[in-house]
Design a binder for this molecule. Structure first.
Ligand code: FAD
Ligand code: NA7
Length: 537
């Protein structure tokens, strides 16, 4: 049996790039494939107008190259899609990684052969690759979700999904319908509102959104950051959110009523949805009263920002501040424009998409040149289930059907030797480049241990460790106030998908500590065995 490479990495976003870098550093031969035409992952695909990180610029990048952190330029406190894409391409060039990548290549299936302890992967190009390791960095917000709306395929104008935005699509002066108002819809609506002839937001659930606080990142700020990268990196790694802003330590419940409003106001002015969740008070994410107070504050702001009472009514959310936090650069204000309107689908649902536009239950057909579906993703396991991954005795789909959609730390599944996931289910719900680095470093360290001594060995997480991790996630996530609301975080945005805890909600600091403790215990959650004669470690 001859090996094509030591490792196959699938995915060329933040995760795949980091793994390629790390595995090559270990001296392994690596091939990295992506169905996309270049590196970038999320930022290759999501080229819609207004696409921007909602993590601040200093924390939306890798930390392994201090020189690059000090010298690579960025202009603002957030990075827009072209900037993130350019940055990731830069990292690939700077570290001479491009030679490992092969694009326009999809992984169709991968099968583990217990006799040879190898993975055989079938690719869309007709190639078959045999490797010792397989790393799946397929992205957790990557499998496009199209809504099932009658007549959608009959529309004669431009129909586009936000995550498959065609290069050069110009909607200036056009009549546009936008279905969906999550993070993506909010960015699109805000960006397009002043440019298009008309825009109608078809909104199923009104959202709480706070300002981004988008602003230049000044030379003085950069200088200060450059003098203190160690502190910045430590702050990110030890925090709950991994965003790098200062997280609150004072609780809303302990704050005199007269002072609470001022704290929310100050945090609102700073901007950023995650900062509003973790930067105002320490208990907004955990205490019902604090969370409701945060939600009420945003509702008050909506009342002030939107002039038309009917639009205000439609845009006003109910419930807590407990969905994926959103931020915007003038979203609510967009609805003050005469060319921008909103339909509330819970009271006036879409009846059908017609060849000319969208007809709602009230019989009104609005005509559009373009319909944008900003309807999100089959998140977390979506891409992992799109391909058939067959382990020692069962497929990943069978495994998750049996034990639930989970994995050890979002990294490894029992019964899948030498297979690693980056951002698999049950990983931390935080700023994702920071999560990716924690996972990718851990995977590389574990592979290094497996490889140590030169013997051919194989590594696999123990099923009890995977189950134990799942229980921890369930215990923390099950009782959280985020559980009260439907969203992709729990899988409830996709019809027929099981609503379940899919993340580790204890924060990045706790997550990193758990991985560190596992390292210190000598990776006892894993079984490392010699390839010849299955000797237990
Ligand atoms: P991705 O970037 O999704 O890359 C996965 C890659 O795998 C894709 O290129 C895909 O084509 C490829 N792939 C999948 N299946 C296959 C297959 N079978 N064969 C070959 N290739 C395959 N996170 C934050 O923390 N902060 C933010 O501000 C933020 N903003 C976001 C904004 C948008 C619009 C979106 C959609 C997501 C955002 N995210 C954000 C989440 C974002 O996905 C992560 O931050 C990060 O980019 C994930 O990197 P990744 O490498 O894990 O996955
Ligand atoms: P999201 O957050 O899943 O938002 C999708 C939006 O689309 C949301 O408003 C949905 O309404 C709406 N939706 C989905 N299906 C339908 C149908 N059938 N009809 C009407 N409206 C629908 O995806 P995003 O792309 O905005 O953001 C995902 C993540 O990517 C985000 O957290 C960032 O990290 C980047 P709902 O709220 O479910 O009622």
């Amino acid at each position: 049996m001859s090996l094509d490479y030591d490792a196959l990495v699938v995915g060329a976003g933040f995760g795949g790039i980091h793994q390629t870098y790390k595995l090559r550093e270990l001296g392994l031969s690596v091939k990295t494939i992506d169905v996309a035409g270049d590196v970038g992952g999320t930022w290759f695909w999501n080229r819609y107008p207004g696409a921007m990180s909602d993590t601040h610029s200093p924390a939306y990048r890798f930390t392994f190259d201090l020189d690059d952190l000090k010298t690579y330029p960025w202009e603002h406190n957030y990075v827009k899609q072209p900037e993130v894409l350019a940055y990731l391409r830069h990292v690939v060039e700077r570290h001479n990684l491009r030679q490992h990548f092969q694009f326009n290549t999809e992984l169709l299936s991968a099968t583990y052969a217990p006799e040879t302890r190898t993975w055989t992967s079938v690719l869309s190009t007709g190639e078959t690759l045999t490797t010792r390791y397989l790393v799946l960095a397929l992205g957790l917000l990557s499998k496009t979700h199209w809504p099932s709306i009658p007549g959608l395929d009959t529309f004669k104008g431009t129909l586009v999904h936000s995550s498959r935005w065609p290069e050069g699509l110009d909607l200036n002066g056009k009549r546009v319908g936008v279905i969906g108002n999550g993070s993506t819809g909010v960015q699109i609506i805000t960006d397009l509102a002043p440019k298009v002839a008309s825009l109608v937001s078809y909104q199923r659930t009104p959202q709480h959104s706070v300002p981004t606080g988008y602003a230049p990142f000044t030379p003085a700020e950069r200088e200060a950051l450059n003098a203190n990268w160690d502190a910045q990196i430590a702050r990110v790694r030890e925090s709950v959110s991994g965003f790098g802003f200062e997280e609150a330590t004072t609780r809303w419940v302990d704050t005199p009523e007269a002072e609470r409003e001022a704290v929310f106001e100050r945090t609102w002015r700073l901007g950023n949805g995650f900062q509003f969740l973790f930067g105002a008070f320490a208990d907004v994410a955990t205490d019902r009263g604090a969370n409701d107070a945060a939600a009420a504050f945003v509702v008050k702001k909506i009342g002030q920002l939107v002039k038309d009472p009917e639009k205000t009514r439609k845009l006003t959310p109910s419930g807590g501040y407990n969905r994926r936090p959103l931020c915007d650069s003038g979203y609510y204000e967009s609805f003050n424009r005469p060319n921008v309107d909103v339909e509330l689908l819970t009271e006036n649902p879409i009846d059908a998409v017609t060849p000319k536009g969208i007809r709602t239950k009230d019989g009104r057909e609005r005509e559009f040149d373009a319909i944008i579906c900003a309807t999100g993703f089959d998140a977390v396991e979506g891409n992992f289930l799109r391909v058939q991954i067959k382990g020692a005795s069962e497929t990943l789909a069978e495994h998750w059907g049996r034990v639930g959609v989970t994995s050890y730390a979002g990294i490894a599944a029992a019964g899948f030797p030498n297979l690693f996931l980056v951002l698999g289910p049950a990983g931390p719900f935080v700023n994702l480049p920071a999560a990716i680095e924690a996972q990718s470093d851990f995977i590389a360290d574990l592979i290094a241990k497996t490889e140590a001594g030169g013997a051919r060995r194989v590594v696999e997480v123990r099923e009890e460790a995977e189950r134990e991790w799942a229980k921890v996630c369930e215990r923390i996530g099950g009782g959280s106030i985020f559980r009260d609301t439907a969203s992709w975080i729990f899988g409830s945005n996709i019809e027929g998908k099981k609503d379940a805890v899919r993340f580790y909600f204890a924060g990045l600091g706790a997550y990193r500590k758990a991985l560190e403790e596992e390292r210190a215990r000598g990776y006892e959650a894993f079984r490392i065995a010699a390839v010849e004669g299955v000797e237990a470690r």
